[in-house]
Design a protein around this ligand. Structure first.
Ligand code: AMP
Length: 282
């Protein structure tokens, strides 16, 4: 695997590859890789001729400085995992390489409604940072296909909107299923920060999503929402939201509606760790 840290070297390599006509797949990450990330790399290997993975812990998307400080880093192990699945390129830039003139002087995007709900409401500024870093990475990597995880459902909607705003009409977006631990906990770099007792109850978020799904044809969503909220609290979580939304527009729903595609989304804190997950109700 080729490891590239500088913009100039990446641009040079990518222009050579593009000239040879190879299709480029891209998997942006913040590192501390786990099998969920690797599933995206594998999908890109299957569907494109050259896979670029990036690892960059983007400071501008952290609304909570403590979360940024505590974000796990394991570059050596990440490199070994990427080599094991024959990833072609790891782009590993510094903050200076990504924001040579500072983030304030880079293009910035507004996502309207999407910034006001759920993650947008609970993490002010988060999606501005995401939009900015993904735009910069796409400029550098110039992929044909971008691979994202459904785990970050609202982020997928934001990035899809970014692609529209920046007229990247030829860039294909592939959203890959959420990889889970045996108890249903969505794999996440932040799971490493859970203590053993916290890890033992963390699967409750998934149980709540399953319960929202299985009750969709006969129950009142507001009652199910309350049950989930109470269960999470009983198990030691501080829930931030337990929500039902239109799966396309993310319009918030107060009742199940079989006429619309629906998605359930949960965010909850367990001690210092903030966990999110979602499930399509199909
Ligand atoms: P992150 O490093 O957390 O920013 O994630 C990088 C990419 O991996 C994003 O597109 C995530 O949605 C995706 N991802 C993270 N966790 C999972 C998972 N458990 N299953 C599938 N994709 C994931």
């Amino acid at each position: 695997m080729r490891i590239i840290q500088e913009e100039a070297a990446l641009r040079h390599f990518i222009s050579e590859q593009r000239a040879s006509g190879v299709r480029i797949g891209f998997v942006p990450t913040m590192g501390a890789l786990h099998p969920g990330h690797i599933s995206l790399v594998t999908k890109s290997r299957e569907q494109t001729g050259l896979t670029v993975c990036s690892i960059f812990i983007n400071p501008t998307q952290f609304n909570d400085p403590e979360d940024f400080r505590q974000y796990p880093v394991s570059v050596e192990a990440d490199i070994a995992m990427l080599e094991a699945v024959a990833c072609d390129v790891l782009f590993l830039p510094s903050v200076r390489e990504m924001y040579p003139e500072g983030p304030a002087n880079m293009p910035s995007f507004a996502f309207g409604y999407l910034e006001t709900i759920l993650e947008g409401a609970h993490r002010p500024g988060h999606f501005k940072g995401v939009g900015q870093v993904v735009n910069r990475l796409l400029d550098l990597v110039q992929p044909d296909t971008l691979f994202l995880g459904q785990k970050d459902y609202q982020q997928c909607a934001v990035i899809s909107e970014l692609l529209k705003q920046t007229q990247r009409d030829n860039l294909e977006l592939v959203i890959c299923p959420t990889y889970r631990e045996p108890d249903g906990l969505a794999m996440s770099s932040r799971n490493r920060r859970l203590t053993d007792p916290q890890r033992a109850v963390a699967g409750v978020i998934y149980q709540c999503l399953v319960s929202i799904l299985t009750k969709k044809d006969h129950a009142d969503f507001l009652v199910v929402q309350k049950e989930c909220w109470n269960l999470l609290q009983e198990k030691g979580f501080e829930p931030e939201y337990v929500a039902l939304a239109n799966a396309k527009s993310l319009d918030i729903l107060n009742r199940y509606d079989g006429m619309q595609p629906m998605v359930a989304l949960i965010a909850a804190r367990l001690g210092e760790v903030r966990l999110i997950d979602n499930m399509l109700l199909q």
